[in-house]
Design a protein around this ligand. Structure first.
Ligand code: ADP
Ligand code: MG
Length: 222
């Protein structure tokens, strides 16, 4: 195959147009200049938008954030002012990045509120923000657990749970906190697990919290 025909084929098969996305998401993708899906997005979005639980493994920098952000925004009802999606991240820095990416993808929707809830900052103002309401929360497992214990975070309306960088969360000793948080989510929900590697602990997490997950592993991706 010549280089030209290879890139044309990739453009055809990986166009966001093959997905059924809201006009707001389409406009945001255009603004972000995301013209074609990355390989992990192309492989995982048809599964996650179909409502299935997902285990997705692909290296860092492959576009996993948008893969789950597009899914959770598609599952979201902006008129229902309650936490409908939660993303667990290993560090505050990553949680902030994920929060920004979700906000960018949600910027053409009406007033979708995304809150970042991480340790290392006072909990009081976060409780105040939660009282004002949020559609999506992104945070580190310890701080999310803290809010659940205090009753400041309620998850009865949650429909999408994302475990981002699950391998790093396990490396950092968050297994028990993840279990606590996941056990406070409604059983009827979609769970998406993203990881750069697939150590044994991920299998345990997946068995415990995902229902009939479909797996996408892109090992040789460049
Ligand atoms: P990962 O979580 O897999 O490490 P990120 O979600 O952080 O990767 O994405 C890496 C970079 O790729 C980001 O700068 C993001 O803006 C960009 N990106 C994501 N999806 C696309 C796309 N479809 N087209 C172009 N750039 C993209
Ligand atoms: Mg990531």
């Amino acid at each position: 195959m010549t280089e030209t025909s290879a890139s044309l084929a990739a453009t055809e098969t990986h166009s966001f147009d093959t997905l059924s996305l809201s006009p707001g998401l389409r406009a945001a993708l255009e603004q972000l200049e995301y013209r074609t899906m990355t390989p992990i997005q192309a492989a995982s979005l048809p599964i996650s938008l179909g409502g299935h639980d997902l285990i997705a493994q692909a290296k860092t920098g492959s576009g996993k954030t948008a893969a789950f952000a597009i899914t959770l925004l598609t599952n979201l009802n902006p008129r229902r002012f309650a936490v409908q999606a939660m993303v667990l991240c290993p560090t505050r820095e990553l949680a902030e990045q994920v929060t920004q990416e979700i906000r960018r993808l949600a910027c053409f929707e009406d007033n979708i509120k995304v809150l970042s809830l991480c340790g290392g900052t006072p909990i009081g103002p976060q409780r105040g923000s939660l009282e004002h309401g949020a559609h999506i929360v992104v945070g580190t497992p310890g701080r999310l657990m803290d809010h659940l214990e205090r009753g400041s975070l309620r998850l009865d309306a949650l429909n999408t749970l994302v475990l981002d960088e699950a391998d790093r969360m396990l490396d950092m000793g968050f297994f028990d906190d993840i279990v606590y948080v996941a056990e406070h989510c409604p059983p009827k929900r979609q769970t998406l697990l993203f990881s750069a590697t697939y150590p044994e602990g991920i299998e345990r997490l997946a068995k415990q919290f995902l229902r009939h997950p479909q797996e996408v592993k892109l090992l040789e991706q460049h």
